[in-house]
Write a protein that binds this ligand. Structure first.
Ligand SMILES: [Zn+2]
Length: 387
């Protein structure tokens, strides 16, 4: 029996490298050999707890097709197909139930209430949804390879995949998922209920809070959309430097250099009264209120960073923070394939952007746990597993 290596999440802070059987490929699926698996903040959050059952983490997946079912081109949602053995692909990690109420009403993946679903690399009970898992993430159930921290990944029918052009390195494609989160956060800011409230345009001054991978990529997307100014607020020197090098932000505010009151004042000074849009990408609850303080009247706040912080609360003053400002607050936690497609085209078109500088830590299958342990280091931005 042929086997492949996988980093199996067994318990809190416990991952073991195991050899598991390479599965038979069904006629409606395919098997990839992993080429680039991005280490996400979500993985760092997951390892702080126990899995519901042994499973393989990682949902930011790119690999080369090694075996393909005869009907896979019809059963997968292929951008840029048809596919053949040897092609490299990147995937959208959610498999949705297209007949769920949310998908029918708003389009696949646009709502966060796709209750019956599957996500590569995240066991369903960890998603915080109601409903049932449509595919089990258990590593001991065929086809075993259901997350990116492994030598192979089995790709199920209904998965959305992008065929990579020859000149797109797999490492770059490994950023498709976080870049799509950035695209979606910007997309939300672009939705405007009317001309008067239109917030995101060439005259907009945008604050991005949090200089992690999603924050830096969000700043980059804002610049590509042609906004007037992008201000980055962050904490770690390496990240602030990378937000200059990769996203070319206009202004940087290091949170260690001023307290919250001064930061708010600084933003008001730079923007002559307040930001049009704040996109909050920091995993810090108080940053939400600070963001509300930073927006001007008719401003928009997109809250992306606190999606993993369920249960931690903050105080707001609804009159001051929302009503008097006519503020818009938009939440972001799930994504849709259309945003991935926009992200894919950014990666394809803008090859001169030094995207791969964001990967500060590299590892193989055996090094996943160690890399997750470095997540809070000063010089950590993002990890990449290549088997
Ligand atoms: Zn991710």
């Amino acid at each position: 029996m042929e086997t492949g290596k996988a980093a199996v999440w067994l318990a809190k802070h416990s991952i073991e490298t195991r050899s598991i059987p390479i599965p038979d490929v069904q006629e409606d699926g395919l098997l990839i050999r992993t080429e680039a698996s991005g280490v996400c903040g979500t993985d760092g959050h997951l390892i702080e707890g126990d899995p519901p059952y042994p499973a393989i983490m990682c949902h930011e997946i790119c690999g080369k097709i090694v075996e393909m079912g005869s009907r896979a081109n019809e059963t997968l949602n292929v951008y840029g197909g048809p596919l053949k053995v040897g092609d490299r692909i990147a995937l959208y990690p959610w498999i949705m139930n297209p007949r769920s109420e949310g998908c029918l009403k708003y389009g696949p993946g646009t709502c966060t209430v796709t209750n019956d679903s599957f996500v590569y690399g995240i066991p369903f009970p960890k998603l915080g949804l109601e409903g049932d898992e449509i595919i089990s993430s258990r590593v001991d159930e065929a086809p075993y390879f259901k997350g990116g921290f492994a030598e192979y990944v089995y790709v199920f029918p209904d998965t959305y995949v992008w065929k990579l052009p020859d000149d797109m390195p797999s490492e770059v494609a490994g950023l498709l998922d976080p870049l799509a989160v950035a695209v979606r956060s910007v997309e939300l800011a672009q939705t405007a209920p009317g001309v008067h409230e239109e917030a995101f345009n060439t005259s907009s001054q945008v604050v991005v809070v949090g200089a992690g991978p999603v924050g830096v990529l969000t700043a980059l997307v804002c610049r590509m959309m042609g906004v007037e100014k992008v201000i980055m607020i962050g904490a770690r020197k390496t990240r602030l430097r990378l937000s200059k090098e990769v996203a070319e932000v206009d202004e940087i505010i290091d949170i260690h250099e001023m307290d919250s009151t001064d930061r708010i004042q600084r933003v008001k000074d730079i923007t002559s009264g307040g930001a049009d849009v704040v996109i909050q990408c920091a995993n810090v609850t108080s940053a939400f209120v600070e963001g509300l303080e930073m927006i001007r009247r008719l401003g928009t706040l997109v809250e992306t960073g606190n999606m993993v912080n369920q249960g931690s609360e903050v105080m707001i003053d609804p009159a001051k923070h929302i009503c008097l400002k006519h503020a818009r607050i938009l939440g972001m936690s799930a994504n849709h394939p259309g945003a991935f497609d926009k992200a894919f085209h950014i990666l394809k078109r803008h090859q001169k952007i030094p995207f791969t500088k964001l990967f500060t830590h590299h590892c193989g299958v055996e090094g996943v746990l160690d890399t997750l342990g470095h997540m809070r280091d000063q010089d950590y931005m993002k990890g990449l597993m290549t088997p």
